[in-house]
Design a protein around this ligand. Sequence first.
Ligand code: GTP
Ligand code: MG
Length: 182
Amino acid sequence: MTEAKQEHLYKILVIGELGTGKTSIIKRYVHQFFTPHYRATIGVDFALKVLNWDQNTLVRLQLWDIAGQERFGNMTRVYYKEAVGAFVVFDLTRLSTFEAVTKWKADLDSKVLLSNGKPIPAVLLANKCDLGSEEFDKGTAQQLDTYCKEKGFLGWHKTSAKENIGIDDSAKCLVSEILSNN
Ligand code: GTP
Ligand code: MG
């Protein structure tokens, strides 16, 4: 007899400052597509990614692509509701977008929690790594490790939506944590 396949639907948030590449990461991950043209997201967009996790497990990720400008709005509480995981994205060529990560993470943790009262698992994405990451030396990597521990991130990944680097790996990292919580 074959075992019944387990199916999961998970709501995942993608947050971070304007123009850091949230929409581009999702487009790459879901549609294998990249465009250099920037069109700011208004409010929120959605995408669905289906993962054949293993022989017995199907995972559907409902990705909520939150506009960077929403950090200044009142809607994030509504958008974050019932999310079970998050990606927080910064642009590694713009320090100000990294500085804002702390604010995004605090906003997240203040507005949504797992049913057990813990913060939802979050992964930090250092995006646009195709744009020369000389400043991203060993020291920086260690600082980011420490930062993630302090702020309660599962970890961080260098990503590029343009070159398709690190996106699948970071999603695997987040999903395996979510599966272990459920
Ligand atoms: P908002 O919707 O305003 O919050 O922005 P966003 O975070 O969704 O950014 P978006 O994905 O629209 O990308 C902004 C700009 O950065 C676009 O011109 C993208 O083409 C570019 N971009 C995104 N990811 C990458 C990347 O990995 N490498 C490079 N070189 N450019 C990228
Ligand atoms: Mg966008």
